[in-house]
Design a protein around this ligand. Structure first.
Ligand code: ZN
Length: 474
């Protein structure tokens, strides 16, 4: 007798589509079979597709730290409602995750607030020693985040977007210090996630920009600012052997540069976000300040270039860069309000909509949002797979349904988002975390039961099939 069963669904992975019943116990999948087997609780997935749970590798819940903006309780409920069963949480909490002790404490603090599974990023600072990086790895850091070119608040390690003259700040690291960060993270074997915008060029161009309009914002942060930083990051990764991952890519050309580097053997990947794939500067007149993110959302041609790069497989994953701010703080002059939007709950729904409109294949959605992030961060095949032995994380989708983005339905503390009112194709009927339903028919189910997850360095702690093929067990 299995603990749970998901019957009559159509299973869809990055590679295959087939009708099957899925059974399991103890939180993992035990059998994938066309036969019926006895189970204590059964979900009828007739008419639905069953996908592996989505993984959002880029979430800023900032908990503990900024309780007016977001907290883990709300961000992980939003994840559950958005078909996301694992989030990788960014390190800019207060205190920041800059050493092993901070990571251990944050992991414990978040444990009873998590509705979905979570991994934790460590912060890469110029002052972080090799030993400190290694200690964070041993505590389970999924990788390290480097906010290149930003001055940081010395207390909160929050990015300082508009430094006041003479403010007491941690200066951005020099090129030599950046090299050391790459070297030290390379020694750990973990991913180095890089915010790639050349802040010096942005500083210069901002002086000339008329600061009032959206065009001025984009002109002060042209594609060049990302391209310059990406080229430099690739050179550093090539020289040091670091596993470079460019986060929130906004410049389409960057995808080709990263892919070309990977083709010649550099360990380089990139991610983009729904905001860059679904919006362009044309939308600003309609959406207004909730659209402000860094890098900025640029031209329609650039958006189409990113969609094309995704179709061609040049971009390895899609993440949300979920970073809500209060509605009040998003009002004001464009150059003074913070960058960042709520996105974890709409991440999968927006990309599913793209697929159902023909912009992407459904298999690619699974690849970029579940399998690839699991592989990149050493979680595969515990995560990112529907296979015997894998965690029973799944999302049940009605491809014929639809869903309208509405802040009053979203679960984030500050659900302000640039897609308000849009009706998206497809609907999430249920989200399953380790065999347990956590979201069904519009409502969160149960209490927080998410677990901490850490990279396994390619060695799964569970006995898993090695070939990746489907095997039946009974
Ligand atoms: Zn971010």
């Amino acid at each position: 007798m299995w603990d749970f069963g998901i019957e009559n669904g159509v299973v869809m992975t990055a590679r295959a589509i087939y009708e099957a019943n899925i059974y399991g116990s103890g939180g993992t999948i035990g059998a994938i079979t066309t036969k019926r087997q006895p189970a204590s609780t059964v979900i009828d997935a007739a008419g639905l597709v069953v996908l592996p749970g989505m993984i959002d590798a880029h979430v800023h819940s900032r908990d503990p730290g900024f309780p007016d903006k977001e907290d883990f309780f709300h961000s992980t409920r939003a994840a559950a409602a958005g078909g996301v069963t694992t989030i990788l949480e960014m390190p800019n909490s207060v205190p920041a995750v800059m050493d092993a002790e901070a990571l251990r404490k944050r992991r414990a603090y978040l444990a009873d607030r998590a509705y979905v599974d979570y991994g934790l990023w460590g912060l890469a600072l110029a002052t972080t020693t090799s030993a400190e990086f290694q200690a964070m790895v041993e505590e389970g850091a999924c990788g390290f985040k480097f906010f290149w070119g930003y001055a940081l608040d010395p207390r909160t390690f929050e990015l300082v977007y508009n430094p006041a003259p003479g403010a007491d700040l941690l200066d951005p690291p020099s090129d030599g210090q950046v090299l050391e960060i790459f070297q030290r993270v390379a020694q750990t074997g973990r991913v180095l996630a890089v915010h790639a915008e050349n802040q010096s060029v942005i500083g210069t161009l901002s002086r000339y920009a008329d600061k009032l309009g959206y065009d001025a914002l984009v002109q002060s942060r042209p594609e060049l600012t990302e391209i310059m930083a990406i080229h430099a990051a690739i050179d550093l990764a090539e020289h040091t052997g670091a596993r470079l991952h460019i986060v929130h890519l906004g410049a389409a050309e960057g995808a080709r540069i990263v892919h070309a580097a990977a083709e010649r053997g550099v360990q380089a990947t990139c991610e983009t976000c729904p905001q860059y794939l679904t919006l362009s500067d044309r939308d600003y007149a309609r959406v207004g300040t909730p659209m402000k993110v860094y890098p900025p959302i640029r031209s329609e041609a650039n958006r189409q270039g990113l969609v094309m790069a995704l179709k061609e497989g040049l971009i390895r994953l899609i993440a949300s860069d979920h970073a809500p701010h209060t509605a009040a703080s998003k009002k004001g002059p464009l150059d003074q309000i913070p960058a960042g939007i709520a996105g974890v709950e709409t991440l999968f729904r927006l990309i599913l909509d793209m697929a159902l409109r023909g912009d992407l294949e459904l298999g690619q959605v699974v690849r970029y949002m579940s399998e690839e992030p699991a592989r990149l961060f050493g979680l595969y095949p515990q995560k990112g797979a529907i296979l015997p032995g894998a965690d029973a994380d799944m999302v049940l989708v009605d491809l014929d349904g639809s869903w309208t983005v509405s802040a009053d339905k979203l679960h984030s503390l500050n659900p302000l988002n640039p897609w308000e009112g849009q009706t998206l194709k497809g609907d999430i009927r249920a989200t399953v975390l380790r065999g347990r339903v956590i979201f069904q028919d519009g409502s969160i189910v149960g209490s927080p039961g998410g677990c901490f997850v850490a990279p396994s360095n390619g060695q799964s702690s569970r006995a898993l099939i090695s070939s990746g093929s489907i095997q039946e067990q009974s």
